[in-house]
Design a protein around this ligand. Structure first.
Ligand code: PLP
Length: 360
């Protein structure tokens, strides 16, 4: 069933923020995409509507039982002024995987992507064009049914909001300090760690607070059962370059399957650089450092693309990686990925998708 996307205009547009001080997640555009679900109707009333506060019942189930999932992706302005997305179909697919795990009804992936493109076309003036900037896209779904009692809700809302964002780093990639968490865990096998649900982040805040207090940018999570194997970083997957080979933890059911992670693996294979997805313990990482073989460590996720790790602290040991400098491979991957995203480099993988206006 093909539904019409309606347009509800707003009276006044907002002033655009200063492109030099965008930061991340601070500004939101004039419009959002919205759609509702009712068990009697399915998903209905897709619309582009003013970005504004919502009215929700205090008993809306999301507040009590936490059925809330999200996605994160970006739109980029290329030098010829066109706007493009990076592998958006992967985000649509993962959104449905998150829905499935949390008993939220499936969405039509193609239809939602068309809706997102239409929203971006409406908001094309909100896509920043400065070096390293992009339009962050946040689709999310939550339960709205007014009811107390634990079961999947019968009513939901899907929204897509847009936030112009600045360069994650200044003009250069800068290595971060990371703390290996031992007391708290992020996710367990059989749980919800492999999907993007709000609750995963709620569960991570306590450890992040601890890391912040110690002067660390992020946490490196270990597996919940043995507290031994590396899982991932806050909102990024993690890669280690050891003696010329790249290793990243194998997807095990508690690690989030990042689109950036998958792209890095494909890129490395394309470059004939050995890359393995396997279980890797934190002991092995520190032992590799001791042997002088730990060449680079980097995180990979949509927000930062590539985030070099300059220092790792585990228990009472701290190691400095590559003299706290960006490794050559980290830099090469960053340049290639951002080059493809911005349309400055060839896209042999067909990862980019042009945002065109949608015919009715
Ligand atoms: C979103 C996310 C990532 C990165 O995924 P990308 O698709 O590359 O942005 C990694 N870990 C967690 C926990 C995440 O929520």
């Amino acid at each position: 069933m093909k539904q019409e996307i309606s347009f509800i205009p707003r009276e006044q547009l907002k002033p655009k923020p200063d492109p030099a001080s965008l930061g991340f997640g601070k500004y939101f555009s004039d419009y959002m995409f919205a759609m509702d679900y009712h068990s009697d109707l399915g998903w209905f009333d897709p619309r582009i509507t003013p970005y504004e506060p919502l009215t929700l019942d205090p008993s809306a189930m999301v507040f009590h039982y936490g059925q809330a999932i999200f996605e994160g992706m970006k739109a980029y302005k290329t030098k010829d002024g066109s706007i493009q997305l990076f592998r958006p179909e992967k985000n649509m697919k993962r959104l449905n995987e998150s829905c499935e795990r949390l008993c939220i009804p499936q969405i039509d992936e193609d239809f939602l992507l068309e809706g997102i493109k239409e929203l971006i076309m409406t908001e094309k003036d909100w896509v920043p064009s400065g070096e390293g900037t992009s339009l962050y896209i946040r689709p999310f779904i939550f339960s709205t049914e007014p009811y107390l009692g634990v079961r999947p809700a019968k009513q939901y809302k899907l929204l897509v909001i847009l936030s112009p964002s600045g360069a994650y780093y200044g003009s250069q990639l800068s290595p971060v300090k990371i703390y290996v968490e031992e007391q708290f865990v992020r996710a367990v096998i059989g749980g919800v760690g492999h999907v993007k649900t709000a609750g995963n982040y709620a569960a991570s805040l306590k450890a992040q607070e601890k890391a912040d207090a110690g002067g660390y940018a992020q946490i490196l999570w270990l597996d919940a059962k043995e507290n031994k194997y590396v899982e991932e970083v806050g909102s990024m997957n993690i890669f280690f370059k050891i003696n010329g080979e790249v290793v990243t933890p194998r997807l095990n059911g508690s690690i989030l399957p990042g689109v950036t992670r998958d792209s890095v693996i494909q890129l490395l294979k394309h470059w004939n650089i050995p890359v393995r997805e396997e279980k890797i313990s934190i002991e092995e990482v520190f032992a590799a450092h001791k042997r002088g073989e730990l060449e680079e460590v980097f995180g990979a996720g949509t927000a930062a693309v590539i985030s070099p790790v300059g220092e790792l602290t585990w228990k009472d040991q701290s190691i400095v990686i590559n003299n706290n400098h960006i490794g050559q491979l980290s830099q090469d991957i960053y340049d290639e990925m951002t080059g493809i995203q911005l349309g400055k480099k060839e896209d042999p993988f067909n990862w980019t998708v042009k945002v065109a206006s949608v015919e009715a």
